[in-house]
Design a protein around this ligand. Structure first.
Ligand code: CP
Ligand code: NVA
Length: 309
């Protein structure tokens, strides 16, 4: 607990397996307590600033509700409305926000923006999605797999689709938990090379493994969990047509999931595009846990807020 207080959460790479396991354990306990009506106000008088350079439904609302349930106060800020939107430096912004706030959650276009803000702030900075990472999402994903499968070490996770921010954090998180991860992407849309090597090392140290392929069937073979995300992320809209073509063999549909275990679970960070990356038969079918997963954003982030703030 003590070693987490005051820390930033820019990427799960900055956290040990034990620290990630601790946060997940804390989330499970806090979720049970909340469901039993126990919501101790452990962050009274604390304010979390939330800066958004991009759209959001889940991240914004789960952080607002989470902070409220913890007895603190969430403050939404559209980056365009702040002076940074008119060119004020991140250096000045970070120093100034540190005078008022107890923590900042930021969703930024570039990961460097978040690193820069963390460097110039004395308060915890939490990454709410960048071009490279989405660590809070990965914690909710792991929490959901633990709830459904009991434990995740040794289980097989298949990520099929774009080697993007969500994939990076998911695979790093799963590697820390000792899962066997298979990533299937089209040629040219692979996982970041350095991050892939790091994830492999982490997995190995925890009794798991990470492999990469351009064949979705190979990835999904015997999987306990299948995960996908949109083919076109926020900010890539002009590539949408090209991506639709490049990813068409990577759709999660009835035929593809027939290669997974019978009781496989389907996960998606949402928002989703039905009949693009996943058919309605799968995302709205009996093996889908996407709404429990979205709900777990709240519980995982409450654990993060409680530990860091
Ligand atoms: N999964 C996720 O981060 O959703 P939002 O973009 O709605 O926050
Ligand atoms: N990869 C998606 C995730 C949205 C939550 C994006 O960056 O738009």
């Amino acid at each position: 607990e003590d070693q987490l207080k005051g820390r930033d959460m820019l990427t799960l790479l900055d956290y040990s397996s034990e620290e990630i396991a601790y946060l997940l354990h804390k989330a499970i306990i806090m979720k049970k307590d909340a469901q039993a009506g126990k919501m101790p106000p452990i962050l009274p008088g604390k304010t979390l600033g939330m800066i958004f350079e991009k759209h959001s439904t889940r991240t914004r609302i789960s952080f607002e509700v989470g902070m409220t349930q913890l007895g603190g106060h969430p403050m939404f800020m559209n980056a365009k409305d702040l002076q940074i939107g008119r060119g004020e430096s991140i250096y000045d912004t970070g120093n100034v926000l540190s005078e008022y706030l107890d923590g900042v959650m930021i969703r930024a276009k570039s990961h460097e923006t978040v690193q820069e803000l963390a460097k110039h702030s004395s308060i915890p900075i939490i990454n709410g999605l960048t071009d490279l990472f989405h660590p809070c999402q990965a914690l909710a994903d792991l929490l959901t797999m633990i709830e459904v499968k009991g434990s995740v070490a040794g289980k097989k996770l298949a990520y099929v689709g774009d080697g993007n921010n969500v994939a990076h954090s998911l695979v790093i998180g799963a590697a820390n938990m000792g899962m066997h991860v298979a990533v299937a992407t089209p040629v040219g849309f692979e996982f970041n090379k350095d991050l892939f090597r790091m994830a492999q090392k982490i997995a190995k140290a925890n009794g798991g493994s990470v492999m990469q392929t351009n064949n979705p069937v190979e990835a999904v073979e015997n999987a306990d969990a299948i995960y996908t995300d949109v083919w076109t992320s926020m900010g890539q809209e002009e590539e949408a047509a090209l991506r639709l073509e490049a990813f068409k063999e990577f759709q999660i549909n009835d035929k593809l999931v027939s290669h997974a275990k019978n009781d496989y679970m389907f996960l998606h960070c949402l928002p989703a595009h039905r009949e693009e990356e996943v058919t309605a038969s799968i995302i709205d079918g009996p093996n889908s846990y996407v709404f429990q997963q979205a709900g777990n954003r709240l519980h995982a982030q409450k654990a993060v807020l409680a530990a860091l703030l």
